[in-house]
Structures are given as C-alpha cells and as structure tokens.
Write a protein that binds this ligand. Structure first.
Ligand code: FAD
Length: 189
C-alpha cells in the first residue's frame, strides 16, 4: 500500500462444529480497528471487497477427476493460520502445469503425482497451522486474544510474518509454551 493508504481486513472462521458467531457486523469491527487501534478519525474509504473462502479441514480435497484438475483454493491452498492463498495457489498451478504438459504431450495421466507433490508441500506445516487456528480463532476469548496480541507486539514484524506466513513455530515456543503448545501437544498425543 502507499504511504497514506492502508488495507484493513477482518475475517472470521465458521468452524463446522461449535458456535463462533462474530457477534457484530464485520464492518463494525473494521471501524473499531481504524478508530481504536489505528487511532484514525478522519479517513476516506477508497475500496471495499470481501468474500467467503472455503477450506476443507484436514485437506480432504479431491485433486483430480477425469479431465478436471483442481488448483488453489479448490484444494485448500490457503494457509489456515495466516489466510495467505495467492502464493500457494500459484505454486499449485506451477506444479500441476508440468503434469498437464506431460499429459498433452504423451497422454500419460500422472495427476496422482501432482497430488503427492502438493501434499508434501503442505506437509506438517498445514496440519500445525490448522490446529493453531482452531485454538487461536476458535477457543480463545477476547481477553485471551488481547493478551496474545500484547505478547505479539513483542515480536518484530519479521518474526510475526515468519510465524503467520513462513511456519516458523519455534519462535512462539518460549512465550506460549505453557498455553498454546501444550494444548497442541495434547491434541497430537
Ligand atoms: C477478502 C479476501 C482477501 C484475501 N486477501 C488475500 C491476501 O491479501 N493475500 C493472499 O495471498 N490471499 C488472500 N486471499 C486469498 C486469495 O484470494 C485466494 O487464496 C486466491 O485468490 C486463490 O486463487 P484461486 O485461483 O485458487 O481462486 P480464485 O482467485 O477464487 O479464482 C477462481 C476463479 O474461478 C472463477 N470460477 C468459479 N467458478 C467458475 C465456473 N464454474 N466457471 C468458470 N469460472 C469459475 C471465479 O470467478 C474466480 O475468478 C483473500 C481472500 C479473500 C476472500
């Protein structure tokens, strides 16, 4: 964004089980962020956009069937914790394009290998992000999230980015060891 333009976003997860209504309209949350957290009282809205994002828990997606091949959001490429999807969608397109070329050149239908490569790419980092997401967005109440943010403000921007988008979970080990990771360990045991 430009120096005087900010993109402000709000989202909420609708889990298949349990109640997690956002409580009030998402627009109200955006207003709250702008006014209370960013402390801006005079601003102009230049664009508004939004949509639903479907994600299959535990990535039970179908990658291919006959002449239909799925990429991007259709195979839950969106990072469950940080919500980043474009880079991973492009990665899936990059991988699958090799197999499409092979198919077009030789008629060899190797999309099983596409699925294998993608599942390897997601690996444990998607699984851990899913579990963390359930805890952070599904189980923490406002006060706990506030505390989490207070803690998070101790992170440098790069460290926060590393956690949300590059799966460097070791950084939270020290501070949230007694809380999130213990819960996580219990989930995995
Ligand atoms: C509000 C919002 C903000 C986001 N912000 C970010 C961000 O800042 N950074 C980031 O990395 N990710 C972000 N994402 C996620 C990101 O947009 C997606 O992960 C990414 O666009 C997935 O790409 P895709 O090609 O798989 O799907 P899409 O971009 O959804 O493309 C699918 C296309 O297929 C078309 N289509 C659907 N059905 C049919 C049909 N039957 N026939 C023909 N065409 C069809 C759709 O119209 C669409 O154009 C955001 C998502 C949302 C909803």
């Amino acid at each position: 964004m430009g120096s005087d333009i900010a993109k402000v976003g709000v989202g909420y997860f609708k889990f298949s089980k349990g109640l997690n209504s956002p409580g009030k309209s998402l627009k109200d949350y955006i207003k709250q962020i702008i006014q209370e957290y960013m402390k801006l009282h005079e601003y102009k809205i230049v664009d508004i956009h939004g949509s639903n994002l479907l994600y299959s828990e535990s990535q039970r997606d179908i990658y291919y069937k006959d002449n239909i091949i799925a990429v991007g959001d259709a195979i839950s490429c969106v990072n469950p914790l940080g919500g980043e999807g474009i880079r991973h969608a492009m990665h899936s397109a990059d991988i699958v394009s090799r197999f499409i070329v092979i198919y077009l050149d030789t008629q060899e239908y190797l999309f099983e290998d596409y699925e294998k490569e993608m599942r390897k790419y997601f690996g444990k980092k998607w699984l851990i992000s899913e579990k963390l997401r359930k805890i952070v967005y599904g189980q923490l109440n406002n006060e706990m999230i506030e505390k989490g943010f207070n803690y998070a403000t101790g992170f440098s921007t790069n460290e926060l980015m590393d956690l949300l988008f590059f799966y460097k979970f070791d950084r939270i080990d020290n501070a949230l060891n007694n809380f999130i990771l213990n819960k996580l360990k219990r989930l995995f045991s």
